[in-house]
Each structure stands twice: as C-alpha cells, then as structure tokens.
Design a protein around this ligand. Structure first.
Ligand SMILES: *[C@@H]1O[C@H](CO)[C@@H](O)[C@H](O)[C@H]1NC(C)=O
Ligand SMILES: *[C@@H]1O[C@H](CO)[C@@H](O)[C@H](O)[C@H]1NC(C)=O
Ligand SMILES: *[C@@H]1O[C@H](CO)[C@@H](O)[C@H](O)[C@H]1NC(C)=O
Ligand SMILES: *[C@@H]1O[C@H](CO)[C@@H](O)[C@H](O)[C@H]1NC(C)=O
Ligand SMILES: *[C@@H]1O[C@H](CO)[C@@H](O)[C@H](O)[C@H]1NC(C)=O
Ligand SMILES: *[C@@H]1O[C@H](CO)[C@@H](O)[C@H](O)[C@H]1NC(C)=O
Length: 352
C-alpha cells in the first residue's frame, strides 16, 4: 500500500515537472521594441463596416511604461472638420497595406470619411505558430462604441479567404459602460471569445461560436488588467480569463465541417485537414481597436444616450455617429485621457 502510494507520488511529481519543462516559450513580448510587429494601414472598414481607418501614427499606437497603448483619436484632429465632408488622402503615402474595398484612399463618398483614426498591429510576417498557449495581460478601453480585439488570424489562408481559413478571437469587449441587449449587459463588464469559420462570406455559409464571461462585482474589463489565455491544442480550444474558463470546444469526429451542418460534402474545404481544420495551420497575432459599425447591434439600449446609427439603414452610419459626437466622445475620457486606450502589458506564447 505504502509502496503504491509512493509510486503514485513519483508519477505525479514527474508529470508536474514535465509540464513545466514542456512550457517552452516561443514569444515573450514585453513591448520594448516594434521588432515583432507591423501596422495594418488601411481605410477598409472590414466586414462590419467599422468607422475607423488604421494608421501607424504615434498618437494611435505607442509604448509607455513597458506597455503597448492603442488609442483611437478623431480624424478631425489631424485633418480638420472639413476633411470629413470633402477631403481625400492617399494612404499609400504612409504605407497602406490593405487595399481591398478602396482601402488605400481615405475620403468622403455618400457618407463622410472615416471619422476615427486608430491602430492595428499584427505579427503576420514576424511571428506565427500552430497550437500552444497564448497569454495576454491587458486592460480594455472604456468609452462608448469602442471595440478592442486581440485575436489570431490565419497566416497563409491555406483553406481560402475568410471565413474558410478561420479566425480565433481571444478577447473583445464593447467599451460602453451601460449597453444592454434584450436585458443582457453587452457593455464593458462582458468579454467575448469567438471562433469563426465557414464556406463563404454570405451569412448562411458562415459559422461562429461566441463564449462570454461577465466581470463579477463593481468592476469591468475596462477597469483592470486581466490575463486572457487561449489553450489551442490538436484536439480543442479553451479560453480563460484570470484562470476562469470562458468556453471550450473539442470538435467531434467530423471536425468543424461536421459541426457546421453544411450539406454538400464535396464542398468541404477542410477535407484534407485534421479534426481541428481550419484551426490546424499557422496563425499570427493581431491587436487592434475598432470603433462602431455592425459590431454593435440595433435594438439594444445604451445609457445615457441611444446608439446614434442604425445597422439596418446603413446609408450614412458614420455621419449619424459623427453628428452625435458630443454624446459619445466625453465617455472616452471620464477618468483619464487614456480611458479609451487598449493597454497591453505582455503577450506570451508557449509551445504546445
Ligand atoms: C444603466 O442605465 C439604466 C437606465 O437605462 C439604469 O437604470 C442603470 O442603473 C444603469 N446601470 C449602470 C450600471 O449604470
Ligand atoms: C439564407 O437562408 C435564408 C433562409 O433559408 C434564405 O431566405 C436566404 O435567401 C439565404 N440567403 C442567401 C444569401 O443565400
Ligand atoms: C462602482 O464604481 C464606481 C467607479 O469606481 C463608483 O463611482 C460607484 O459608486 C461604485 N458603485 C458601487 C455600487 O459600489
Ligand atoms: C441541409 O439540408 C437540410 C435538409 O435537406 C436542410 O433543412 C438544411 O437547411 C440544409 N442546410 C444547409 C446549410 O443548406
Ligand atoms: C485533398 O487532396 C486531394 C489529393 O491530393 C486533392 O485532389 C483534393 O483536391 C484535396 N481537397 C481539398 C479540399 O483540398
Ligand atoms: C433607426 O431606425 C429607427 C426605426 O426605423 C428610427 O426610429 C431611428 O430614428 C433610427 N435612428 C437613426 C440614428 O437613424
């Protein structure tokens, strides 16, 4: 009996030691240089018709006290009010690298020019990995209509363009203090992790899975630094905030194809992949702060001012948003000028 116990103890110790040594670190980003990051520069508004353009200007992304700050500002601070209505700026002058949807020109058309300036940083050509643990300590921005996002994106689109090659959102939070949809808070006390995959952009052929976690007590994800962790293994994905599980998926035998309920098997783009496909390829890290767009649903309640644009009548959403600047802009700096900044203390990746 004693012998068996001793033997079990040895096994336990051996396991602990092996997990420790197996946590080989692949990336330990403390934000002392830009070496591993590049900016996305574009006015493309992404699938959700967001309101920002992305630039590498130093007011929108900078390092301070060993942290990365991504802070949205007003386009008018740079170009003046008139620009929103009549202006035109060629983003190629500052290294535009996403030309889709006219993304290398910032200008007014039937709507005003993108009224917000922000930043998106990616490790696309500098650091990619497949499987492992991604751990990010960060404080989310506070302010109405802000949408920070820390995610993994496919490096090579092996299975095709979005959504075929998938997307893994580690964390995103709506910066609003008081935003509720059908009685549920969707503001800065709720964080989301999301998986996306599918056959084409058309909504009937995209699939997603969103896990949410609500902050406990009188705090939000915008009031404190939290540790967000994704464990990405050859048999599943698991998301955590401060060691509390947010959500988990271990795909069944048919993989994500089997989960999707698509009917025509000869369309399966992941037929030659593993059970995790499309999440079995190289992914890179992306960190950005978006503003507005369809990330904020209609028919929700925002306090004290309602959402100033409609997704369902998308003619001039940016103009509707800008007209109500006096309502939302003050919410970006209620306790300090950096409220609206996403602050990232570190990003670490451990090998599987
Ligand atoms: C949010 O706004 C509602 C009014 O719409 C108010 O009753 C509620 O107390 C507010 N909640 C917070 C946390 O401020
Ligand atoms: C999506 O499916 C719905 C319901 O089956 C259908 O009414 C709609 O036309 C489909 N949309 C597209 C773009 O195929
Ligand atoms: C919650 O925190 C805010 C900001 O720190 C404070 O103004 C408010 O009084 C607190 N509310 C409660 C119920 O403790
Ligand atoms: C698959 O086929 C079933 C039954 O024919 C149908 O109800 C369902 O809408 C189809 N799904 C898709 C995604 O086409
Ligand atoms: C899977 O591999 C086979 C054999 O190489 C190839 O013919 C087929 O097109 C591949 N399918 C996909 C979806 O890539
Ligand atoms: C959004 O649509 C609703 C219903 O059609 C309308 O009452 C409201 O004024 C619209 N809001 C904006 C900002 O366009």
């Amino acid at each position: 009996m004693a012998l068996r116990l001793a033997a079990q103890l040895v096994v336990v110790i051996a396991m602990v030691q092996s997990t420790v040594t197996e946590r080989r670190i692949l990336l330990n980003e403390e934000f002392d240089s830009m070496e591993r990051w590049e900016h996305v520069v574009t006015s493309y508004r992404m699938g959700e018709n967001q309101f920002q353009y992305y630039t590498r200007r130093p007011e929108n992304s900078f390092f301070r006290d060993g942290k990365l700050f991504i802070k949205p500002t007003l386009t008018t601070d740079r170009f003046g009010e008139n620009f929103l209505h009549n202006g035109k700026f060629n983003l190629k002058k500052e290294g535009c690298n996403l030309a889709v949807g006219g993304g290398c020109v910032l200008k007014a058309d039937h709507d005003i020019a993108n009224p917000i300036q922000s930043a998106a940083l990616v490790t696309k050509t500098k650091f990619t990995f497949t499987y492992g643990t991604l751990e990010v300590r960060a404080k989310m921005p506070r302010g109405d209509w802000l949408w920070p996002e820390i995610s993994l994106m496919p490096a090579n689109n092996v299975y095709g363009d979005w959504p075929k090659s998938g997307y893994i959102g580690l964390v995103s939070v709506r910066g609003n203090d008081n935003f509720t949809c059908r009685g549920q808070s969707m503001g800065n006390d709720v964080m989301e992790s999301t998986l996306e995959w599918g056959l084409s952009e058309d909504l009937n052929h995209t699939r997603s899975m969103t896990w949410m976690s609500k902050a406990q007590g009188n705090v939000s994800f915008s009031s404190d630094f939290r540790t967000y962790r994704l464990e990405w293994n050859p048999d599943g994905l698991h998301s955590f905030v401060d060691d509390q599980i947010v959500g988990s998926i271990q795909p069944p035998e048919g993989g994500f194809w089997g989960l999707s309920g698509f009917n025509n098997t000869n369309q399966n783009p992941w037929a030659n992949g593993t059970i995790m496909a499309p999440f079995d390829q190289e992914f890179f890290i992306a960190i950005n702060v978006a503003v507005g767009g369809e990330l904020f649903q209609d028919n929700c309640d925002n306090y004290p001012y309602p959402k100033p644009w409609n997704n369902s009548s998308p003619d001039t959403p940016m103009s509707s948003f800008w007209n109500k600047k006096d309502e939302w802009y003050p919410t970006w700096s209620q306790s300090s000028a950096d409220d609206s900044a996403l602050q990232v203390d570190y990003v670490r990746v451990y090998a599987h």
